[in-house]
Design a protein around this ligand. Structure first.
Ligand code: ADP
Ligand code: G6P
Length: 483
């Protein structure tokens, strides 16, 4: 029976060694949380990196790795410390991530990173070739593996390959600065179908293909001598039902069933019933605009001082890529900003910012989503931003306000939220004011529309649309080849 092979750098879980044993913790990030829902439902194998380098795994634990991953329908690609440094911390996160998020000044064009990226992409391709039958479908994910489609195609000319990019594809003017721009495009063109979150990213990609490779592009098809490749947008959805039902179940809990976090949130709400909670949840990443958000919060409190002691900002930041210097610097900047703002504004009974720097279990995410009046997400640039969608899905009585950066891919589908430019503090302060004072009826009208849309175009539908499009494209290619 044919199967789908999902391939991405991250697996649904990351392995860690604690107390001399292997433990699996859920991976954070849109790719892992989204694809987990797709993977859990069907007959797929997920290939990726376990999160541990070869050097970190003692011989006695080696057999346990495969077992731990098999429990999650996964299989590993082994990476050495040097490979992780050059491929993951290097080319993926010091070259491509900043470049594709328009942080050109952070991008490092280092030949040794590129060489390791090629070597490691070949390892992933080899892992696919080892596991894949001729009738299987290969679904490659994200910027860490952009050479894999062509590497697989060389060995299996007829196999079905889809590729989905979870981050923005930048405009031609940015992309052309990459020394290995043609190789990246050629790597991607090994696919039959290339998917992006938005039409803009799709357009940018096609423009680069036209201008850098001089290929024939007709609408969203790219013509090679012996193949036709389709490029399309598929905005990724969430597991709407999971979030919505978890929030319903959460609302029915009695006191003894509540988490410590929920009890603390309840206590604060009771002591100041008119107070408003603002929430932001992100990986600690410069693309997420966390520092800007803190400065804008301070700006808001200065512009509207009547809200001092009446609002509180809860920031949940997940540790991410902390070996990369820009992330270390950002952590320091955020620690300092939180310290300074709290130091200057706190009173005996009020701490304006609650800052958590950690990953949280799903249950606590639901505590936060359901307890906070306003979700406030200000990425400078974001491929999609699933947190915005998750917040709306948990608002079972349809109250709550979402303030979202227009630079997030999800803003295209969430027009009923309050959209802001993350660099415009004046606009942000006024939008926070508007959100605090928005009548309940208006909140419910806006969220009602958003919820219907998110429920309809959920992650399952997203994956089905992608797969259906891949099958159709393969048929179209067969006709083209036999013409
Ligand atoms: P990105 O993929 O860039 O990290 P997204 O907003 O698209 O951004 O996805 C983030 C995912 O990670 C969401 O599904 C969210 O629920 C999850 N997540 C974010 N922060 C945490 C946290 N502190 N603990 C657990 N999960 C988190
Ligand atoms: C984004 C990327 C994913 C990545 C995730 C977490 O969502 O698109 O590919 O897995 O961030 O980042 P990490 O570096 O921890 O895998």
């Amino acid at each position: 029976m044919s199967k789908t092979i999902i391939i991405s750098n991250r697996l649904p879980v990351q392995l860690q060694i604690s107390n001399g044993d292997i433990t699996a913790i859920p991976s954070v990030g849109g790719l892992a949380t989204g694809m987990k829902s797709v993977h859990s439902g069907g007959d797929s194998l997920w290939i990726g990196w376990s999160g541990l380098t070869d050097e970190e795994i003692p011989d006695v634990l080696a057999p346990k790795i495969d077992k731990a991953l098999a429990e999650h329908g996964s299989s590993k690609v082994r990476l050495t410390k040097e490979e992780v440094n050059g491929f993951y911390f290097g080319f993926s996160n010091r070259t491509i991530w900043p470049l594709f998020h328009y942080f050109l000044e952070y991008s490092e064009f280092e030949l040794s990173y590129w060489e390791t990226y090629k070597t490691v992409n070949q390892k992933f391709a080899d892992a696919i070739l080892e596991k894949a039958g001729e009738d299987d479908t290969i679904w490659v994910h994200d910027y860490q593996l952009m050479l894999v489609p062509q590497m697989v195609r060389e060995k299996r000319p007829n196999i079905s390959i889809g590729f989905f990019l979870h981050i923005p594809f930048p405009s031609y003017e940015i992309f052309r600065t990459l020394p290995w721009r043609r190789e990246i495009l050629q790597g991607l063109l090994g696919s039959d179908l290339i998917g992006f979150h938005t039409y803009d990213y799709e357009r940018h990609f096609l423009s680069s293909v036209r201008r850098l490779l001089g290929l024939e592009v007709s609408f969203n098809d790219i013509y090679l001598d012996d193949r036709v490749i389709k490029v399309d947008s598929f905005p990724m959805g969430i597991d709407y039902k999971k979030f919505h039902e978890a929030a319903h179940e959460h609302a029915q809990r009695n006191e003894s069933q509540k988490s410590e976090l929920q009890k603390r949130l309840d206590t604060h709400k009771k002591s100041a019933p008119d107070a408003k909670f603002f929430l932001s949840i992100d990986r600690l990443d410069y693309s997420k605009g966390i520092a800007n958000r803190l400065k804008a919060f301070e700006y808001f409190l200065n512009k509207y001082p009547e809200y001092k002691e009446k609002v509180r900002l809860i920031i949940l930041a997940v540790p991410s890529r902390s070996n990369v210097p820009q992330y270390k610097l950002l952590k320091k900047e955020i620690d300092e900003l939180v310290g300074r703002i709290n130091g200057e504004l706190s009173t005996v009974s009020w701490t304006p910012i609650w800052y958590f720097y950690r990953s949280m279990p799903f249950e606590n995410l639901i505590d936060l989503y359901t307890s906070c009046d306003i979700a406030w997400l200000t990425p400078i640039r974001d491929g999609m931003n699933l947190v915005a969608k998750e917040y709306i899905a948990t608002r079972t009585d349809k109250t709550g306000v979402l303030i979202l950066s227009e630079m997030a891919g999800s803003a295209n589908e969430m027009n009923e939220s309050l959209l802001i430019n993350p660099n415009n503090f004046e606009q942000i302060a006024d939008t926070l004011y508007q959100a605090i004072n928005m009548p309940k009826k208006e909140q419910q009208e806006r969220n009602g529309i958003l919820q219907k849309r998110l429920e309809r175009y959920n992650v399952e539908k997203w994956a089905n649309d992608f797969m259906t499009s891949l099958v159709n494209q393969k048929e179209k290619e067969d006709v083209y080849v036999s013409r």
